[in-house]
Design a protein around this ligand. Sequence first.
Ligand code: NDP
Ligand code: 2IT
Length: 445
Amino acid sequence: MSYISRAIETAKSRNPGEIEFLQVVEEMFESIHTVVESNPKYEENAILERMLEPDRQILFRVTWVDDAGRVQVNRGYRVQFNNSIGPYKGGLRLHPSVNLSIMKSLAFEQVFKNSLTGLPIGGGKGGSDFDPKGKSEREIMRFCQNFMIELSRYLGHNLDVPAGDIGVGMREIGYLFGQYKRIKNVFEPSVITGKNINYGGSLVRKEATGYGLIYYVREMLKDNGESFEGKNVIISGSGNVAIYACEKAQQYGANIIAMCDSDGYVYDKDGIDLETMKRIKERDRKRISEYIIDHPNAEYYSGQKGIFSLKCDIALPCATQYDIGIEDAAKLKNNGCFVIGEGANMPCTNEATAYLLENGFLIAASKAANAGGVATSALEMSQNNMGLYWDFSEVNEKLDHIMVNIFNTTKKAATNYGFDKNYSAGANIASFLKISDVMLNHGIF
Ligand code: NDP
Ligand code: 2IT
């Protein structure tokens, strides 16, 4: 049995039932087979076993009181996976589906994603099974404050720096930062990113994941003699990542024909009106079904999955993990789609990814393609530490440059290791080489 196979078996026996975590491990390890098996040093130094075990997994109770005066209990998580190249860095997710396996899978991915940005950030992830849907603003504030009471023990600008993810945007970051400031009695802006610009946030952080995704896909298209111009695009999700992916793709001449939330999807053959979408989703926090009130020519269908049955050239899954299964992948192929840009983390199952690659799809893998968010978080930390702030175009140019670099890095690794147009494998190899080099050759144990 090869070293990789044994490491996967160890992961399975140590983490029984952690389906999501084991999926990301297998996906990563499959691409690094040649690298690992060609150098005995990896095994001699137990590199894979060290990479598989988070430095620390923190689980805690969050107690808060709802508007009716009832005491509520949720579970809080922070997985500090690996800080070989910088402080733990990664978002906080508030969603009822949150569990330890999902947290670990996201934290594991974050380690490698962050290394691709070229910036000094390690990997972590956190969150809670708290469901923000249907909660009042005061309830969300009380939850965030109580969550931070415990989380604050484990944070610090050189230790662990969270940010947003599903269910956590600028509003929640404000509640979290405000509570941290009260507990620690210190104004420490680089302890959390995604802040409002009025108290230390960075311009472009809000747009960064969506814009960065489009910059990466632009490079991938260019590499294959293609562009966004005139392409029909579907975007799953209508949150932070989806909205700014839509904005930038439209600026590049793409026609965004559909977007969704977890209830259903909107199909607008004339192209999604982004201002309406921002009003419904960002300002009013309503359901996407309201879109057709202003745009009666558009169509609304309940059930989010149907979005992948639409005819399109490019699909940008920007909602959540494992959104695209094998059946969705087959529908996309049969309808002429040939490009997948992963704005969400791990939006394709391993089976779907294998099928799409076999069928010649160009895939911009999440760990590379959505790294613009965390990269801009690192730029926010730099600005906080310098006490000096850049204007929109300066941050945007830096982001664009970082995404071009990430594309070139992933392409080069894919080419060097015989994976041709499989940029996902390139992302896995390049990030593994960087983290393992530090752990193997530079005394970072
Ligand atoms: P938001 O909370 O802003 O938006 C999430 C969107 O996905 C909503 O439209 C939501 O619909 C939809 N959705 C559909 N199905 C689900 C589901 N089962 N669980 C959760 N959401 C669902 O989150 P973001 O846009 O920030 O994040 C989207 C994805 O991008 C996630 O995978 C996240 O990890 C990833 N990501 C985010 C980054 C960031 O900077 N924010 C950076 C890198 C990756 P509904 O409103 O109905 O729940
Ligand atoms: O998945 C991600 O990269 C994020 N949610 C952003 C993390 C960050 O620290 O900005």
